[in-house]
Ligand binder design. Structure first.
Ligand code: HEM
Length: 437
């Protein structure tokens, strides 16, 4: 079971599994949900909630459970536009033959991304560029810059890794943001027309870019170049679907990697705060005793200020990201929709029922029978499991390292408990947060 955050104020438990995503410490609630109501109907949400590991595995592997509601492959608000066309071609949003045609291919292509020395150097440069552009976009406020950086850096780093030329990174980021915003907007009861319009325009621009990258723009030896050659040799690959899914890699990375970076930074700052607290205690103890007793006490280490406690290296960043994957994961939920009546976990579900699959409620180490692998549930499970786990973890670690190396004063994020107001993704939010702690 994921453990509680280091600093967890005494607040009421979340009202339900959706409210848990932005709660300061949802993990005790998740634990009781998984043990007491592993698979049940939540009247307040109007959907089933799967929280126990067996229920999760059963839902995510059940052939009657689709990724989109019956008859709504594309959200109505996005239909009849470029964003809707793009959405409808994504592996993430399709089941059956459309999914089966593309998923293994994308998975195989992503598996060719290796984090060798040259790659790490490129990702480092991209992360530095994201730092500089976050500064340009947000000015002096360290919290505003961090909030910008955690979304920007993964897009720059992924672009660099795939072989997109640096002058395009900022524009790609702007368009990915608009497209992700339009997707989120389309799920609201009254979506704003201007947000949707910007999403359609961003989808057109990004797909045209992806086409150019694959046609002739990509430098020889890059992932994009090799992907284009591989697609040209494979008659089964639909070029238009391919460009949509290349864009889809960026939208998949946007929120999920931001959560990895932001939650890792928060976790590191909380550890630092904890360490400082312990050292203050040691100093206070030291002052209370006479000389003989003082000599018998451990010598206090110098008090750390700012980031001085944190070894500014990649190893620290990698271990923080790994901890977050297990203990404070970004993707907390996903959803499934019944395309046919089914009995799952001894419960009878009707066609059209919706299920909230609470990935964050399950332990990192899976129980026997659920899965043979070292599954980190935040990356999903079954047919739609994330094919980007390895590159995403590397990208996030480089992002965290860039901040550790940058000299940002960590105390500005230490006390925070705020999260971006999202339904499925837990992303620490720094700006305006100090006052809420
Ligand atoms: C470089 C960054 C990433 C890329 C390129 C990427 C790519 C993808 C793709 C293509 C899919 C669709 C797979 C399918 O439907 O068959 C997917 C699904 C998924 N990804 Fe990732 N991803 C990235 C980062 C992350 C991160 C950081 C997380 C969580 C920590 C994550 C969690 C998930 C989950 C949970 C799903 C499945 C959702 C479901 O089953 O409903 N991804 N990802």
């Amino acid at each position: 079971m994921p453990t509680a955050n280091v600093a967890s104020p005494a607040v009421l438990p979340p009202a339900n599994a959706l409210a848990a995503v932005v709660h300061p410490n949802p993990y005790p609630y998740y634990q009781s949900l998984a043990s007491q109501r592993p698979f049940d109907f939540d009247v307040s949400l109007g959907m089933w909630v799967a929280a126990g590991p067996q229920a999760l595995a059963a839902v995510l592997r059940h052939p009657a459970c689709g990724v989109r509601p019956v008859g709504a492959r594309v959200p109505a608000a996005l239909a009849n536009g470029a964003a809707g066309d793009w959405f409808g071609a994504l592996v993430r949003m399709n089941d059956g033959s459309a999914h089966a045609a593309m998923k293994p291919w994308i998975k195989a292509r992503l598996a060719t991304l290796h984090a060798d020395g040259a790659t790490l150097a490129r990702l480092h440069d991209a992360s530095q560029a994201a730092c500089a552009d976050a500064y340009l976009a947000c000015g002096d406020s360290p919290t505003a810059r961090l909030d910008d950086f955690v979304f920007r850096q993964p897009i720059y780093a992924l672009a660099a890794w795939l072989g997109v030329a640096p002058p395009q990174w900022a524009d790609v980021f702007d368009d990915v943001r608009k497209l992700v915003a339009a997707m989120a907007e389309s799920a609201k009861p009254s979506p704003r027309a201007d947000v949707l319009a910007r999403g359609h325009s961003a989808a057109s621009t990004l797909r045209a870019r992806a086409m150019r990258w694959l046609d002739n723009d990509a430098v020889s030896g890059t992932w994009l170049h090799d992907t284009a050659r591989s697609a040209a040799r494979d008659d089964a690959i639909d070029y238009s679907v391919l460009t949509a899914n290349v864009v889809g890699l960026f939208t998949q990375a946007h929120d999920a990697c931001a959560g990895l970076v932001a939650n890792s930074l928060r976790r590191l700052s909380q550890h630092e705060q904890h360490e400082q607290h312990e050292q203050h205690k040691q100093h206070a103890q030291h002052e209370q005793y006479g000389e003989a007793e003082r000599n018998a006490l451990p010598t206090p280490r110098p008090l750390a200020t700012g980031r001085a406690m944190l070894p500014a290296n990649l190893a620290v960043a990698i271990s923080a990201v790994n901890e977050v994957i297990r203990h404070d994961p970004p993707i907390q939920n996903t959803r499934r929709f019944l395309h046919a009546p089914a009995v799952i976990g001894e419960r009878t579900l009707a066609r059209g029922d919706a299920i909230l699959v609470v990935l964050a409620a399950t332990p990192a180490a899976t129980p026997a029978g659920a899965s043979p692998d070292d599954v980190a549930w935040t990356f999903g499970h079954g047919a739609h499991a994330c094919p980007g786990r390895s590159p995403a973890s590397t990208i996030a670690a480089l992002g965290v390292q860039a901040i550790l190396d940058s000299g940002v004063e960590f105390s500005c994020v230490t006390h925070g408990t705020a999260y971006h107001p999202l339904g499925n993704v837990r992303i620490a939010r720094f700006q305006g947060d100090a006052a809420t702690s």
